[in-house]
Write a protein that binds this ligand. Structure first.
Ligand SMILES: Nc1ncnc2c1ncn2[C@@H]1O[C@H](COP(=O)(O)OP(=O)(O)OP(=O)(O)O)[C@@H](O)[C@H]1O
Length: 382
C-alpha cells in the first residue's frame, strides 16, 4: 500500500507545499524544526485538513483530490498514534483496543478476538482488564499502539509517539514500534491483507528516525529541504536543523577544492564529497568527537589544519562523555560541540568561560553540497 502525497495548503502566513512517496512496507520519518509544518502535513494525510491543491492516494485509492474528492477521516484506512495515548478512560484495555474493529462493523466476537491478538502482540495481555488510569505511561502507549493497529489501517501516522514517555520507558516502546512497523503481514491481527502497511513518523529524535524509518524528509518553512535514506541524511546533514538534531557540527559556506570558505572569511580544511563542486554552496560537517580541545595557553602539538580560538559556554553530560559547547565571535567558533571524557575535562581544568583552542583534522571534516538556501532555524515564517 504505497502512499503518494503531493499537497499544498496555506494557513495564515504559512504555506506547506510538499510531495513525497512512501512505498508499501516503508516507514518515512518527517523531521523539522518547530513550526515547519509537520502537524499540518499529518492533518492533511489524516483527512482533518483539506489542502488547497493536490492529492493524497493510498494503495491507488484517492483519499484527497482537490478539487472534488475528500474521503472522510474514518474511511481513509489510516491509523493515528499520537504523543498522548488518548485511551477512553471508562473502557478497559481490551475494550479500547476492540473499539476500532467494532466501529468498523466487526461483530463483538470478532472485535474481541482481534483485540486479544493485538494486546498480546504489544506484550500487554496481563493488562487487558485494567482501566487506562491504572497504566503507566509506557503501558498506555503500548495499548495505544495496539488500538491504532487493531482497526487494520493501510497506513499508520505516528506523531511524536515516544516524546511523552520518560527515558526509561521510551526504549521498550521504540523496540515494540520497530517490531510492529517491520511486520509485513499481520493476518489474523487484522491489518492490510493484500499488501504491506506503510507509515509516516513525525519525530524530533534522530534515534527514532534511525531506528524506525527507512527514509527521512526534513521540512523547513513548509518545504522539503532534505530527503533520502535516514542513515545518509543524518550522517551527512545539509541544513543546520538536521545537523543539530543529528548532533553534528555544521559550518555553511562555499566549497573549495580542499575545504570550504565561510561567509566571515575563514577557511575550513576538509574532504570534499563527490556531490559537491568547488564554488557551490556547501556545508562542512564534523562530529563532536573529532574536535580536540586545548587550553588556550597550551603549546601547539602536531599540525592540524583547522585551529580556532573559542570560549567554553557549557559542559553537559551526554551519555558517557561530556559535551562542551562554545561561544565564539559569532563566526565558525560559536556553538561548536566537542565531546570529552570526564577525566579530560578535569585534567584540562575546563569550566564555562575557559578560553580554549579547538583543533580538527582536515580528514575529519566532510564537505557536502548544501541545499540551495538553507534557512536559519527556528524556521522563520514567510
Ligand atoms: N489553524 C491555523 N491557522 C493559522 N496558522 C496555523 C494554524 N495551525 C498551524 N498554523 C501555522 O502553521 C505553521 C506550521 O505549524 P505546524 O503545527 O504544522 O508545525 P510543526 O512542524 O508541527 O510544529 P511543532 O514541531 O511545533 O509541532 C506554523 O507557523 C503555525 O503557526
Amino acid at each position: 500500500m504505497s502512499l503518494h502525497v503531493d499537497v499544498a495548503v496555506t494557513r495564515g502566513r504559512f504555506t506547506l507545499d510538499v510531495a513525497f512517496d512512501v512505498p508499501g512496507g516503508g516507514v518515512l520519518a518527517v523531521l523539522g524544526p518547530n513550526g515547519s509544518g509537520k502537524s499540518t502535513l499529518l492533518q492533511c494525510l489524516a483527512g482533518l485538513l483539506v489542502p488547497d491543491r493536490g492529492t493524497v492516494t493510498l494503495g491507488g485509492r484517492t483519499l484527497t483530490g482537490v478539487p472534488g474528492v475528500q474521503v472522510p477521516v474514518h474511511d481513509r484506512g489510516i491509523g493515528l498514534l499520537a504523543q498522548d495515548p488518548l485511551l477512553l478512560p471508562h473502557l478497559s484495555v481490551a475494550e479500547n483496543v476492540a473499539f476500532g474493529p467494532r466501529s468498523q462493523g466487526a461483530s463483538r466476537t470478532r472485535a474481541r478476538a482481534q483485540a486479544r491478538a493485538w494486546v498480546r502482540e504489544v506484550d500487554a495481555a496481563e493488562l487487558a482488564g485494567r482501566k487506562p488510569a491504572q497504566l503507566s505511561g509506557g503501558q498506555a502507549q503500548r495499548v495505544a499502539i495496539a488500538r491504532a493497529l487493531a482497526g487494520g489501517p493501510r497506513a499508520l501516522l505516528l506523531d511524536e509517539p515516544l516524546s511523552a514517555l520518560d527515558v526509561d520507558a521510551a526504549p521498550a516502546v521504540r523496540g515494540l514500534l520497530r517490531r510492529v512497523l517491520r511486520r509485513t503481514h499481520v493476518g489474523e491481527s487484522g491489518a492490510d491483507p493484500d499488501g504491506r502497511r506503510c507509515a509516516v513518523l513525525v519525530t524530533h529524535d534522530p534515534l527514532d528516525a534511525l531506528a524506525l524509518a527507512d527514509d527521512v524528509v526534513v521540512l523547513d518553512a513548509g518545504r522539503v529541504v532534505e530527503r533520502g535514506p535516514a542513515k545518509e541524511v543524518l550522517a551527512a546533514p545539509r541544513t543546520p536543523f538536521t545537523a543539530r538534531i543529528a548532533g553534528l557540527n555544521l559550518v555553511p559556506g562555499v566549497a573549495a577544492e580542499d575545504g570550504l570558505h565561510t561567509s566571515d572569511g575563514r577557511f575550513v580544511a576538509g574532504v570534499r564529497s563527490d556531490d559537491c563542486a568547488a564554488g557551490e554552496p556547501a556545508v562542512a560537517v564534523f562530529a563532536p568527537g573529532a574536535v580536540a580541545v586545548h587550553p588556550a595557553a597550551a603549546p601547539h602539538t602536531g599540525s592540524p589544519r583547522n585551529v580556532v580560538a573559542a570560549r567554553v559556554a557549557s559542559l553537559e553530560p551526554h551519555g558517557a562523555v561530556i559535551r562542551l559547547r562554545t561561544v565564539g565571535d559569532g563566526g565558525v567558533a560559536a556553538g561548536i560541540a566537542a565531546d570529552l571524557t570526564p577525566a579530560s575535562v578535569a585534567d584540562l581544568g575546563l569550566e564555562p568561560g575557559s578560553a580554549v583552542r579547538l583543533e580538527v583534522k582536515a580528514a575529519s571534516v566532510a564537505v557536502h553540497a548544501a541545499v540551495e538556501s538553507p534557512s536559519p532555524f527556528p524556521a522563520a515564517e514567510p
